[in-house]
Design a protein around this ligand. Structure first.
Ligand code: FAD
Length: 442
């Protein structure tokens, strides 16, 4: 009999959560991570309401919100057309019933929780639930017997090579998953076109709820976060990144000024940058196989996407609930491992999940919005219910296919016909569209 039921590699959003949920079910869980905590990881850490709802379901939200501002409204400004909305309660409840069969713990607020705050909290919760946590532990090898993964060999902080065995190994080890590489798992449905993203933390202003601005091929966002700071982020098409990187601080401000002159002005005149500017270019999207003999993947390890809709952590939480539920049913003897993994796979690779993956990957190409798309945003302005549904769709709370179905768009477009007056983007649209194609940083 192995010492553990489950070994989880990775102790952040997907790994610590999976470990916590399985330990709460009474299983013997070891969670390992090469990091030590508290620490950050590359992420702008914005959590949509279903992300915070997972924390609430697990009894952790109050602790997070004791040190993190939260809001319900969010503002999108596309080419100067503002839309402010919040996710409706009934859509959130439908989401949880659809994915998990119950809607306990639903909250409508979002929060941008620094990873050194959130991940530490998750690790502590997993430990409190009874999981054994080993940090500063780098997995170097998967132990196999025939095809079956039966454990891990890893190096501890003092350089010792330690071997541990379990009935199953969970790869919650991020987009460059060691588990996936060791097993030679292929990536599929890869989408190389993605965004570059640069961000930092500013004190000195308070703009209230989060704002996401987009103009042409560039975007920026500001969200209040821990320590009375704001996370300020700019992103654009990866094919512009080489030029952007020639002068990161200068181009950061330049992008802000172009996308939202108002936000640019606030950051320039009032903002006090508290940390360096962080960035990443590696955000191509892909899927990987989910499970095999003795192993299963969760979080970014099984599906990584561009940051442009800020969904990875929430999906990592969702995956943690799904995988902990599936493994729990197998470990308790209710179903075979094969049956449990088939259920996990059918949920994760559902039609709606595929449609949202497509949505993120298409947005990440950062094409300028077309005239009719912008008209749609104008039309939405008269209809709060549809704005809220758009916000919920963008956040993967309501199914993409329902919002963007032909009948809904025809209805909205009809309303749009006479309403685009007053928005400068429409004044000489062909000239604007041509200007948007030029690399601002070249
Ligand atoms: C620029 C950027 C911005 C983002 N912004 C947002 C956002 O605003 N909102 C949002 O929801 N998501 C965002 N994301 C996505 C989000 O950060 C990820 O989806 C999320 O971190 C995935 O969590 P995870 O637990 O699966 O993996 P990770 O957070 O990557 O954690 C994996 C862990 O595995 C450990 N590990 C790896 N290999 C080993 C090994 N061999 N041995 C031991 N430990 C190992 C690592 O140390 C790490 O701690 C962003 C991503 C990027 C790149």
């Amino acid at each position: 009999m192995p010492r553990y039921d489950v070994i989880v590699i990775g102790a952040r959003c997907s790994g610590a959560s999976t470990g916590m949920l399985l330990a709460r079910q009474g299983y013997r869980v070891l969670v390992v991570d090469r990091s030590t905590f508290p620490s950050d990881v590359i992420s702008t850490h914005f959590l949509w309401p279903h992300g915070t709802s997972y924390l609430n379901r697990w009894g952790l939200l109050d602790q997070a919100l004791a040190v993190t501002p939260a809001h319900t409204e969010v503002t999108f400004v596309n080419d100067g057309i503002p839309l402010t909305g919040s996710v409706p309660d009934e859509l959130l409840r439908a989401y949880f019933r659809d994915w998990h069969g119950d809607d306990t713990g639903v909250v409508r607020s979002y929060a941008s929780i620094r990873r050194h705050v959130l991940d530490q909290m998750l690790v502590e919760a997993a430990s409190k639930a009874g999981a054994e946590i080993r940090t500063n532990f780098t997995v170097r090898e998967l132990i196999t017997e025939g095809e079956q993964v039966v454990g891990v060999r890893g190096r501890t902080s003092d350089g010792r090579l330690v071997e541990e065995r379990a009935r199953i190994v969970v790869g919650a080890d991020g987009r460059n998953s060691f588990v996936a590489r060791s097993l030679g798992l292929p990536k599929f449905d890869e989408r190389p076109r993605c965004t570059f993203a640069y961000w930092s933390y500013y004190s000195g202003f308070d703009l209230g709820p989060a704002q996401l601005h987009r103009r042409g091929r560039l975007a920026c966002a500001v969200a209040p976060t821990n320590h009375d700071q704001n996370m300020v982020l700019v992103w654009g098409p990866s094919e512009w990144s080489r030029e952007f990187r020639r002068d990161v601080p200068g181009n950061f401000q330049r992008a802000l000024d172009f996308v939202s002159p108002e936000l640019g002005e606030v950051v320039r005149t009032q903002g006090v940058r508290a940390e360096r500017i962080y960035g990443t270019l590696d955000q191509s999207a892909f899927l990987r196989p989910l499970a095999g003999p003795g192993w299963v993947l969760v979080g970014d390890a099984e599906s990584a996407k561009d940051q442009c809709t800020a969904i990875g952590m929430t999906h990592a939480f969702r995956g943690a609930e799904l995988v902990a539920d599936a493994l729990g049913r197998w470990l308790s003897g209710d179903v075979s491992l094969n049956e449990a993994m088939t259920t996990y796979e059918s949920r994760r690779r559902s039609q709606n999940a595929a449609a949202y993956y497509d949505y993120v990957c298409t947005l990440a190409e950062m094409r300028p919005y077309r005239h009719d798309e912008l008209q749609l945003f104008v039309a939405l302005r008269g209809n709060q219910q549809e704005i809220d549904r758009f916000v919920a769709t963008h956040a993967d709370i309501a199914p993409v296919s329902e919002f963007f179905q032909a009948s809904n768009l025809l209805l909205l477009n009809d309303a749009a016909k006479e309403s685009s007056a007053g928005y400068p983007v429409f004044d000489d649209f062909p000239t604007t569209a041509r200007m948007y194609q030029q690399n601002l940083f070249a």
